[in-house]
Structures are given as C-alpha cells and as structure tokens.
Design a protein around this ligand. Structure first.
Ligand code: URP
Ligand code: ZN
Ligand code: ZN
Length: 450
C-alpha cells in the first residue's frame, strides 16, 4: 500500500464516520475501521477531518482580460489550489474566432500540462459558432469536454440567437451550457450615464450593474433553457431575483443548476465604498445584504448546487488603472486558495454541516460536470484527500497565500479550522503551510455527463 490515513473523521456528502483510508496506485482501495495493512506511509489523522479534495469549477488562469492577463498562471493557480485543499481546477479556455472546439482545448492544454500541480479540466468559452463550427461541439464532447460557457456581456459575448442554438446543440450532444448572465445593453447605458455625470468611483461599477441587471438576464437564460430542455448552469449567481428564478425552475423539474462564490457570501456592495473598493471590482458585482441573505438561504434549501471561486486576480498596479475611472479596473478577484477553507469554517462554526460543504465544493461539481473518478471518498475514486484540523485558526494574508498576486480581498479574515495536508491522487502536495507538490503532476481530466 502507498498510503494509510488512520483514525480520521471521514466526511462524504451524506455520512460522517471514523475510519482508516488505504491508498494504492493513486486510488482509494479500502475504507474501514482498524485496517491492518502494510503501508509505505502511515498518517495519523486522529482529531482531524478527512475530506475529498475540492473541485473548483470556475477559474480564469493566465486569462487575457481587461487589457492584461490574470496574475495567476497555471503553475501558480494550481499551486494555490493545492494549498487550499482544491485538487481539481476547471479553467475557461476561450475560443478564438474561427477556431474549432477541440483546437481550443489543445491550445490551452499545451500551456497547462507542463505547469499543473493538481488535476484540471476545461470548459470552452464559446465566441464563434458560425458555419460548421457549431458541430465541432460534438468533437469536444467526444474528447472529454462536455461543458461550454457563454457570456452575455464583455466584448466576447455572443448573441441571443447563438446562445439559443448552443442550448439546442448541447441537448443533442449531452453537454451543459454555463452562462455569465448580465444585461449588456443596460450596463452600457448606465456606464455612459455615470461617466457623463463624473461618477467614476468603484461604487458606480455596482450602480451600473445592480441587482436587476443580473436578475433579468438570469430570467431570460432560464426561459431559453426551459424552452429547449437543455441543461443550464448559472455561474457566479449573486442576486436574489436570480435565486428565486432558479428555485422556481428546479421546482418545475428543469435541469437548471446554480453556482455562487465565497465573495458573494461574505461581502456586500458596501465594499465599493471602501478606500480599496477597486480591489473588489468583479462582474457581476457584489450585491446588497438582501441578495447575500438570499444566497445563504438558497444554499441551505439546496437551490445553490455548487460553490466555485471565479478566481481571476490582477496585480494592484492593474487595479489602480481605475482609480479615476471604474471602467478601467480589470474585473476579477482572487479566491482559489480560500474557497474550501472559507466554507469549512462555516461548517466548523455550525452554520452548515461538513457534509453540505463537501456536497457543494466536491460531490456536486463532480456530478454536474461528469468527473466520475472524483468528488467523494469511496473505494475506486482518485485519492484526492484533504486532512483538516478543526482547531487550527488561520488568518489570511497575501504573504501566507501561494499565488502570484500581490493583494487579496480576503486579507485579515480569520478562519476557525484549516487544511493541514492535501493529497492529489495519493501524492502529498500541501503540508502544513507549504506547497510540496510538483509542476506537471496534474492530469487533464476527460469527462462525460451522465
Ligand atoms: O469579474 C470577473 N468575474 N472576472 C472574470 C470573468 C468572468 O466574468 O467570469
Ligand atoms: Zn463571469
Ligand atoms: Zn468567471
């Protein structure tokens, strides 16, 4: 045996029990009490939780965006993921115009494979489906990438008609479409209005993309998914109206899924009034307290399916481009190392159960996006394992993170409990504050939706 983790409190989405886990050839091979097995390495996890590694299905690594490139490349991003207990990272590979879908994956995989410290998968960010390109979706599904994302905003948004066609095709080929939902026309109109009035502070980033701008787009996207019967996944849901629409669609039996991010659960739009408000600029913006509460309630009801980070950090000097004009601030914040510890802190404080956090951060992402080998601690699954000390307090600072960014919106937040070890397919990649993994270890995960 390669690894034996003994006496830990094992958590799955449905159960918690004390047992040993045996790992061989990168897989979990046995789970049971008092396993008497010879092993090259034995770890005593008494008094600790043993959890499946988190799966972050929303990251933007080395992403060209906002006039620059996001600050974490594939090496830094996956290193930070490992140090926060995340053992699989999904990145958005943005299509170039005229580019067939499988070429998008191969182009980004050539950059990611030599650097990745944990396993990874891609969603394709679709820009162009003209002519035969739409049928290249089928090739991507067969290649192991059955998930596509559309943006209703930004200069790489697609038209409503193309979005609708993608929904139809995704149903035919058993794929899932994710959407960044905001009303582009209204955003542009409000941006113009505020700039013309000299209203240039980060608060006007929020004011030009308030609750209804996101909620209205959620409603439209859901309406089209219902009409086609396609699977729709709403990324970074941040507003109450959208939450209500997701709840209704689920009650009606439609395959509509929703993700939210830790920053929408922790902060409110008040952050845009802070002196460092530009550092919190992301889209959709962080909303008011009513929306924050609605997100927490939806998590507890089961209407939010996943938590992911939307990790897209920029350097302070780049965020500073917008000191006198909020439209010049590159959109995005850091979170890849903070998601699992943040959510586990909520479990440790009794706000959610540990099982619920495992479901949101690992089991549901694996199920929704077709990672058969991941998402749970069970015999036959990849040995992606986190050992969590519920008694270790940890204060987040930029210095004790493992990214390449130079500031974090999470600065100074203290978490009760923290991961102490992360294993990626049985290999120790994080040990008590230190990255001990290897660049190039991470594997491309081919997926199939059930
Ligand atoms: O502000 C954000 N979220 N930046 C990354 C791109 C996106 O919209 O997901
Ligand atoms: Zn987005
Ligand atoms: Zn994103």
């Amino acid at each position: 045996m390669d690894l034996l983790i003994k006496n830990g409190k094992i958590v799955t989405a449905s159960e918690t029990f004390i047992a040993d886990i045996a790992v061989n050839n990168e897989k979990i091979v046995q789970i049971g009490q008092n396993l008497e097995i010879e092993s090259k390495k034995v770890v005593d996890a008494s008094g600790k939780y043993v959890l499946p590694g988190a799966i972050d299905v929303h990251t933007h690594l080395a992403m060209p965006f906002g006039g620059t490139v996001s600050a974490d490349g594939y090496g830094a991003g996956t290193r930070a993921a490992a140090c926060g207990g995340t053992t699989t990272v999904f990145d958005f590979a943005l299509q170039d115009f005229n580019e067939p879908m499988v070429d998008v994956i191969k182009r980004r995989d050539a950059l990611c494979a030599p650097e990745a410290a944990v396993d990874y998968a891609f969603h394709i960010g679709v820009k162009d489906i003209h002519g035969d390109l739409i049928d290249s979706i089928k090739d991507a599904v067969e290649y192991g990438v059955p998930s596509f994302k559309v943006f209703m905003v930004y200069d790489f948004r697609i038209s409503d008609g193309d979005f609708y066609q993608l929904l139809e095709k995704s149903k035919e080929y058993n794929a899932i479409i994710s959407v960044h939902a905001e009303n582009n026309e209204i955003v542009n109109t409000l941006v113009k209005k505020y700039l013309s009035e000299g209203k240039v502070s980060p608060w006007y980033h929020y004011m030009s993309r308030p609750e209804f701008v996101e909620g209205e787009a959620d409603l439209r996207a859901i309406q089209w998914a219902k009409a086609t019967g396609a699977k729709l996944y709403i990324v970074h849901l941040a507003n109450k109206q959208g939450v209500e629409a997701v709840t209704k669609a689920k009650e009606e039996g439609y395959p509509i899924y929703a993700e939210t991010c830790p920053h929408y659960l922790e902060f409110t739009n008040e952050v845009y009034k802070r002196e460092d408000g530009r550092n919190f600029v992301c889209s959709p913006p962080i909303k008011g307290e009513e929306s924050r509460q609605a997100l927490w309630e939806a998590i507890k009801r089961g209407d939010i399916d996943t938590i992911a980070t939307d990790h897209c950090p920029f350097l302070q000097s780049e965020k500073d481009w917008g000191i006198n004009d909020f439209t010049k601030i590159p959109n995005g914040c850091a979170g890849i190392e903070n998601m699992y510890p943040y959510m586990l802190d909520k479990a440790n404080r009794g706000i959610l159960s540990f099982n619920k956090v495992v479901e949101l951060c690992s089991t549901n992402p694996a199920k929704i996006f077709g990672c058969q080998e991941k998402g749970s601690l069970a015999v036959g699954k990849d040995a992606d394992i986190v050992i969590y000390d519920p008694n270790k307090d940890f204060t987040i600072t930029c210095e004790n993170m493992h990214s390449d960014y130079d500031h974090t919106i999470w600065e100074g937040i203290t978490l009760h409990g923290y991961p102490v070890q992360t294993y990626s397919r049985g290999k120790l990649v994080y040990d008590n504050g230190k990255f001990v993994g290897e660049y190039g270890w991470g594997k491309f995960i081919k997926r199939k939706l059930t």
